[in-house]
Design a protein around this ligand. Structure first.
Ligand SMILES: NC(=O)c1ccc[n+]([C@@H]2O[C@H](COP(=O)([O-])OP(=O)(O)OC[C@H]3O[C@@H](n4cnc5c(N)ncnc54)[C@H](OP(=O)(O)O)[C@@H]3O)[C@@H](O)[C@H]2O)c1
Length: 275
């Protein structure tokens, strides 16, 4: 399956497609890759931010909802045609998070998280991976979340979608590695982006207590970890030590973490009763 003529991947001559490339982690990653000389293509829904990002990076851009497979595939094909080059590196950063109490979240929210965060990742991979396998090279990196490593209070809709992204990437890693295609999955903790600002509007008080006072990372820090991950063909990409420890020892630490999280949630419950 691997062509004998497979050439190594150089970022400087690569065509990079970034979903969610108009903001936050996606935009910061696109910026770094543009600085390395890559041809950049961006996908998002909102035209205004997308055009601003495309102008800044001299990138190509298409609007598409990643949850719409036909529209997303069409956007990717058009970008490949416009750039005169198939996709060499795919970064799937399009996503959204809607925290809330399990009993209070509408059914549609659970569906939306899966459709955008999981299927939005899957559809992008399905559009580019066959060509990468044929050429014997490429890199696909999906942005999951620390909420894709352990279950977090208030994230019963978002967390499972990010667990699914992790499961997808873990499953395809072994299949694609022999074909010359690098697979990576990113586990950011809180990152200072418009998404986090929106999330903060919905976070239950218990979630703030569980998260403690951890300072959000910058999108630039996550982007640097992603680009280093592509350079070094890393599978697990963690932008900070805490998430790295969680990715490595999460299942072992889970009973201890749950005990501490439960203690913090109980404290919020008691404070609510006193108020
Ligand atoms: N910020 C955090 O704390 C954090 C932590 C862990 C993981 N993450 C993950 O990191 C990724 C990037 O998030 P961010 O924090 O950088 O958020 P952001 O600044 O809000 O950027 C999200 C990007 O995704 C696009 N997008 C959202 N829904 C889309 C859809 N249905 N179709 C196409 N594009 C869509 C947005 O543009 P349009 O809205 O115009 O479409 C925007 O370009 C997400 O997958 C998120 O879940 C974020």
């Amino acid at each position: 399956m691997t062509p004998t003529s497979a050439r190594p991947l150089h970022i400087g001559s690569a065509h990079v497609i970034v979903t969610g490339g108009s903001s936050g982690i996606g935009l910061a990653t696109a910026r770094l890759l543009a600085e390395r000389g890559a041809r950049i293509s961006l996908i998002a829904r909102g035209r205004e931010r997308l055009e601003a990002a495309a102008n800044e990076l001299s990138a190509a851009a298409r609007t598409a909802d990643v949850a719409d497979q036909t529209a997303l595939t069409r956007a990717i094909r058009e970008l490949e045609e416009e750039q005169g080059q198939p996709c060499d590196i795919l970064v799937t950063s399009a996503g959204l998070a809607r925290p809330g109490h399990f009993l209070e979240l509408a059914d549609e929210v659970f569906r939306e998280m899966i459709e955008v965060d999981y299927f939005g990742t899957l559809y992008a991979l399905r559009a580019v991976v066959p060509g990468m396998v044929e050429r014997g090279r490429g890199s696909v990196v999906a942005v999951s979340s620390a909420a894709g490593l352990i279950g977090i209070f208030g994230y019963s809709a978002y967390g499972p979608a990010k667990f699914a992204v992790r499961g997808l990437m873990e499953s395809v890693r072994a299949e694609l590695a022999p074909c010359g295609v690098h697979v990576g999955v990113v586990f950011p903790p809180d990152v200072d982006t418009p998404q986090l600002a929106e999330e903060n509007r919905w976070k239950p008080a218990e979630n703030r207590a569980v998260g403690g006072t951890i300072k959000p990372l910058t999108a630039e820090k996550v982007a640097a970890a992603i680009v280093a991950g592509i350079d070094r063909r890393r599978f697990v990409i963690c932008p900070d030590t805490g998430t790295r420890a969680l990715a490595r020892f999460g299942s072992v630490l889970l009973p201890l973490l749950n005990r501490e999280f439960d203690r913090r949630v109980r404290a919020v419950g008691k404070a609510k009763k006193r108020a």
